[in-house]
Ligand binder design. Structure first.
Ligand SMILES: [Zn+2]
Length: 431
């Protein structure tokens, strides 16, 4: 805890220091040197120099003569560079702290301004983990849009956000204790309401649409399909009409089966998917975002969250099936992206999902791709995010250790982070 606080302080001081000279800094080129650089474009560079101008990469080279005169040289040559990582499933506005005696489940009804202000802490932890971009899948009161815009304006330090507004949900689910809408969801039943809800999110400024096609969240691992195929198809078609992408939540196989056939861009969680659905995903290029680690987080923190004792057996069994489904999907050739489903205090642990992906049979490099190039493709940003190359956002992470040999370097040994040309985390002095 003390260490985390020190990091936060260092970060805040660093950013205020930069604030004064933001304009001149943006005009000054930077040259970031890495001992090794995995560029996400199929190459591992030795003694790489990344030339940064403004918020973008100008070029990657090994030739020191290419460094522009007067450029600030950032020497990370004792570290291994990778592109800023992307977490394609977060709920950044559902941030809670560990106020003694107040279960995290009970901290979720703050006024919007309070919620967004508190959530800045989680946003900091996300960038400290080397995650410079997130796809945020569901929030109340358009708090996610506020956060995205504050971060883009430089008023809040956090990852670049692609946000969903309210996730579409049915009126009532079999396991819901009462009929009140679930936090961060918009109630929409039947095709006309589904169409209206999609249009409302787009009009509000959402970048992506989220639909909950099954039960299952928190300590509830049921996966009953809640929407019909026709409703899912209507949401998918309306979303695509706006040139956006849609992520469909399904804890169980039925919602995933219908989502894939309806043309969803990604299915989230989706445990126990059958072979035919997996084959269809390969054929269509549907992404699978397994989010295995969030249930690990729930098991580790259930008392602080406020779950009733007794859910653990089912959740452990769900994790095992989730991992098995990821293994099957990867083996079959399904495109996969890293999503944490981070909520509460899980921010900062976002990339632990990578260790599960390796357990599911990925090589460390395949896991890295799930958090970079694949994730960027799912966002529709393959030419700007998820790799280090000319024209890309200057999102760079320095790691201690080689992540292509051992993925834990990317998960547990982040030393320095640049987002959009600005250093936002520096732990290189810490031992
Ligand atoms: Zn989620």
């Amino acid at each position: 805890m003390a260490l985390a606080l020190t990091c936060l302080l260092t970060l805040v001081v660093g950013v205020f220091g930069q604030e004064k000279t933001a304009e001149s800094a943006a005009r000054t080129a930077k040259a970031v040197k890495f001992g090794k650089l995995w560029d996400g474009k199929g190459k591992v560079w030795t003694n790489a120099i990344v030339i940064v101008e403004g918020d973008r990469v100008k070029e990657v080279t090994t030739d020191a003569k290419r460094i522009p005169a007067g450029a600030e040289v950032v020497d990370m040559s004792q570290y291994y560079g990778i592109p800023g990582m992307i977490d394609v499933h977060t709920h950044l506005t559902i941030y809670t702290d560990e106020t003694p005696g107040v279960p995290m489940l009970k901290q979720l009804s703050n006024p919007p301004a309070v919620e967004v202000f508190l959530a800045r802490k989680g946003a900091l932890r996300v960038v400290e983990a080397g995650v410079t971009t997130v796809r945020d899948l569901g929030a109340d009161q358009y708090n996610d849009i506020a956060m995205r815009d504050l971060i883009n304006r430089g008023e809040m330090i956090g990852p670049r956000m692609f946000v969903a507004g309210y996730g579409l949900n049915v009126t009532q689910t079999p396991t819901q204790r009462d009929a009140a809408p679930v936090a961060g969801t918009a109630t929409a039943d039947g095709v006309p309401q589904v169409l209206k809800a999609v249009r409302q999110q787009v009009a509000a400024g959402a970048d992506v649409i989220k639909m909950y096609a099954s039960t299952g969240t928190d300590d509830d691992t049921t996966g009953f399909e809640t929407y019909s195929y026709d409703e899912i198809k209507a949401a998918v078609d309306a979303t695509h009409q706006f040139g956006k992408k849609i992520a469909v939540h399904s804890y169980g196989p039925d919602g995933a089966r219908d989502a894939v056939r309806a043309g969803a861009d990604s299915v989230e969680h989706a445990t126990d998917m059958d072979d035919a659905t997996i084959a269809e995903m390969v054929k269509r290029g549907t992404f699978y975002v397994p989010t295995i680690d969030h249930n690990r987080y729930y098991l580790d923190n259930w008392q602080k969250i406020g779950y009733a004792d007794g859910f653990q057996t089912k959740t452990k069994a769900y994790i095992a099936r989730n991992l098995e489904t990821a293994r099957k999907a990867h083996k079959a050739g399904v495109k996969m992206a890293m999503g944490s489903d981070a909520i509460y205090t899980m921010f900062g642990e976002n990339t632990r999902e990578l260790e599960w992906l390796v357990k599911a049979g990925m090589t460390p490099e395949e896991a890295l791709k799930a958090a970079t190039v694949n994730a960027a493709e799912l966002l529709g940003k393959s030419d700007e995010l998820g790799a280090v190359g000319a024209g890309y956002f200057a999102d760079l992470v320095a790691l201690e250790g080689d992540p292509t040999a051992d993925i834990s370097a990317a998960v547990r040994h982040v030393k320095w982070v640049m987002k959009g040309g600005r250093a936002v985390v520096d732990r290189t002095a810490a031992k």
